[in-house]
Design a binder for this molecule. Sequence first.
Ligand SMILES: *[C@@H]1O[C@H](CO)[C@@H](O)[C@H](O)[C@H]1NC(C)=O
Ligand SMILES: *[C@@H]1O[C@H](CO)[C@@H](O)[C@H](O)[C@H]1NC(C)=O
Ligand SMILES: *[C@@H]1O[C@H](CO)[C@@H](O)[C@H](O)[C@H]1NC(C)=O
Length: 411
Amino acid sequence: MRSVWLWIAVAVCSLCSVRSGSSDGFEKPRDTLILDTELMASKVSMVPLTLIQGADSKGAVCLDGTLPGYHLDHGFGSGANSWLIHLEGGGWCDNHSSCEFRKTTRRGSSKFMEKALNFTGILSNKPQENPDFYNWNRIKLRYCDGASFYGDSQDEGSQIFYRGRRIWQAAMEEFMSLGMQKADQALLSGCSAGGYASILHCDDFRQRLPLSTKVKCLSDAGMFLDAVDVSGGHSLRNMFQGVVTVQNLQKDMSSTCTDHSDPTWCFFPQNLVSDIKTPMFLLNSAYDSWQVRQSLAPSSADPRGVWKACKSDISRCNSSQLQFLQEFRKQMVLALNSFSASPQNGLFINSCFTHCQSETQDTWFAQDSPKLDGKRVAESVGDWYFDRTNNVKAIDCPYPCDKTCHHLVFQ
Ligand SMILES: *[C@@H]1O[C@H](CO)[C@@H](O)[C@H](O)[C@H]1NC(C)=O
Ligand SMILES: *[C@@H]1O[C@H](CO)[C@@H](O)[C@H](O)[C@H]1NC(C)=O
Ligand SMILES: *[C@@H]1O[C@H](CO)[C@@H](O)[C@H](O)[C@H]1NC(C)=O
């Protein structure tokens, strides 16, 4: 039953995107326009999965060897020649057994990916949900390599393919052939592990496009800090070290970093962001809920579970726990220092207990979305992308001062 509904949604949706791709629909008689608007409002946001045919001949495959995929909703009207590429997130695998397991999930195999996705927030095709990018060509590139589109190796013995870098290349070639080569504007974005991937690939994205194309990058929740956890250890550093080792990432890293530093150090975004030449916007919470839960207070660092309430609901942190989180925020602000000095870069660092604010409608652009300096996330990113205001750099006051937050609460 579920797949039948999905099929209907996909069928209706592809009809709509063909329609909106050919015209804005504004020259139609008024009664048909109302009908179309209603139809589109209810269905058009489900966008079908397309597999990249022939990617396997380039070795560009998911962990299990299946084809990589993406979802494309065509641009229309004044956005027909503009391209938004949004990289999906979903953590990493950091050892052989977790990568082997990942092959059996949508994060490691296109066999298990949703056949259609709802495009909301920065991916929405409605101006009232996404004021600046709604009529662009909008693509969500699926994440199935386990290392932020960065690896290029293979585990021969157990047939695990670590080919994120080739997936990135094959996807870029596909998008270029679909018209991105003639883009007049482009934005590379992504959330979480995908937000980190947009940092890693930002300058490469710039280089693939004509000089005349306006190109910028947005990283949402991709500033993973090399922080000390609640037990005094380095949980995230250990995880990143595992990712670097299992996929042999060191060989593809810039020698300007690896010549003087440890490859795991070179894999932390705080050590890369200020060297990016392309204009970049960092959207992040200074109390990023994923980092609090997985980097600062993972169960391995909190065996007695004294952080359980606090890491599920920031309002339940006691004063010493809150003090720990305030130190983390200070580290975040410090890590952004030199990045922030560049006039072409943008910042929206708020103090909400959350993770990924561009994909979800209620945090990107809704009536009561979180604000900084009176602007919602979509407005800040738009002002920065289109150079409507100088210096879009906002850093929130420490928790709990911000009353516009929608803090997440975990079970
Ligand atoms: C592999 O990684 C997973 C997830 O990070 C972890 O739970 C597991 O203990 C690790 N296994 C080994 C053998 O290191
Ligand atoms: C898609 O997202 C919109 C906007 O958030 C929501 O109203 C709608 O119910 C969603 N549709 C599906 C099928 O999930
Ligand atoms: C807060 O919780 C921690 C456990 O993380 C505990 O050690 C500490 O005594 C508590 N502090 C206060 C002030 O209650």
